[in-house]
Design a protein around this ligand. Structure first.
Ligand code: NAP
Length: 302
């Protein structure tokens, strides 16, 4: 049984276009309508053909939808929800793919009080953005975390879970606040650190820009990949998940200070113990299929 017959995707960038492509691959009889605020993106989406119809307004995309997925930056979710409200069928289930969940859930509930809301976060992505960056296999073997409110209808949650399973994802369910704390340490803080390191390197006067690029394989290159992520998306993530990010940042700063002390006082054992523990975490990630052991984490460089 198909979880949905008519899916509407608002925001046709990396994630929205990947969902549309994945539907075409895995659920080919499902009708996909799409909309993006940017006329150039709409034109590209029409040319690429991953939607059955790309509409000029968000309202037109949702009028006959039974499932609506908001794939816009977190800071735009409230405005998009308000925009579709007048045209949204009351029986349509609404979801989103935002990287932070507490503030998005509150915004969707406020704007769409009559619809079942089942927020989701596919923990999959790349540093690229836009409709050309998407691909159908993006969600294969990746987690999709659902954060339904306590009063969400069980059937709606199960249909959204089934939708994501159909696209190849594994499902986990947790409450929005817990999600935001877990992702603050596993995703948001690493991005903040990458943005900092790359920013610091580019400000340093005694290391030339050409040296930074030339010797980047020493470790810097992997940070630059993360630090190339979409500025709008990440600005919104930090502002919307402020409390959890600040809390994790505080802990991180304390741990960094104790490492600083270990280096200053020549405490090699302390450093060795930490690096041994962190190596085991890396092995665990590979063993669970969330990355591979190939050089450079199996990533292609262009
Ligand atoms: P993206 O490639 O930049 O796509 C977002 C698209 O939404 C853009 O085309 C943008 O147009 C459009 N948009 C912005 N405001 C809109 C509005 N009011 N109405 C309609 N369309 C609007 O970004 P993305 O990477 O797909 O991210 C989308 C969402 O997925 C974000 O909430 C992000 O947190 C989440 N997410 C991202 C990743 C990742 O790795 N990238 C992973 C998991 C979840 P403009 O460019 O003209 O603004």
């Amino acid at each position: 049984m198909l979880p949905f017959a008519r899916v509407s995707i608002i925001g046709l960038g990396l994630i929205g276009s990947s969902i549309a492509r994945a539907i075409k691959d895995h659920l080919p009889t499902v009708c996909v309508n799409g909309h993006d605020v940017d006329p150039d993106v709409r034109e590209t989406a029409r040319a690429l053909g991953f939607c059955d119809d790309v509409t000029d307004t968000a309202g037109a995309a949702v009028t006959d939808a039974d499932f609506v997925v908001l794939c816009v930056p977190v800071g735009a979710m409230a405005a998009v929800a308000a925009e579709i409200a007048p045209d949204l069928p009351p029986e349509a289930i609404v979801s989103d793919v935002g990287s932070s969940k507490g503030s998005v859930l509150a915004a969707l509930q406020a704007a769409l009080p009559h619809n079942a809301i089942v927020p989701a976060h596919p923990v999959a992505g790349t540093e690229r953005s836009g409709p050309e960056a998407g691909f159908a296999t993006l969600f294969h073997g990746r987690w999709c975390i659902l954060t339904p409110p306590a009063d969400a209808p069980l059937l709606a949650v199960e249909r959204v879970a089934e939708f994501w399973r159909s696209l190849g994802a594994d499902i986990e369910t947790m409450d929005a606040d817990h999600h935001d704390r877990v992702l603050a340490i596993t995703s948001h803080l690493p991005h903040l650190i990458a943005y900092t390191i790359v920013g610091t390197a580019s400000d340093m006067e005694e290391v030339t820009r050409s040296e930074v690029i030339k010797y980047s394989a020493g470790g810097f290159r992997d940070f630059t990949r993360i630090a190339a992520s979409d500025p709008t998306m990440w600005r919104d993530v930090f502002l919307s998940n402020r409390e959890a990010v600040l809390d994790m940042l505080q802990r991180f700063t304390e741990d960094l200070t104790s490492l600083q002390r270990a280096i200053r006082w020549g405490k090699g054992d302390e450093l060795f113990d930490l690096f041994t523990r962190t190596r085991a975490i890396r092995r665990g990630i590979v063993e669970q299929g969330q990355d591979d052991e190939a050089p450079d984490f199996g990533r292609k460089h262009d």
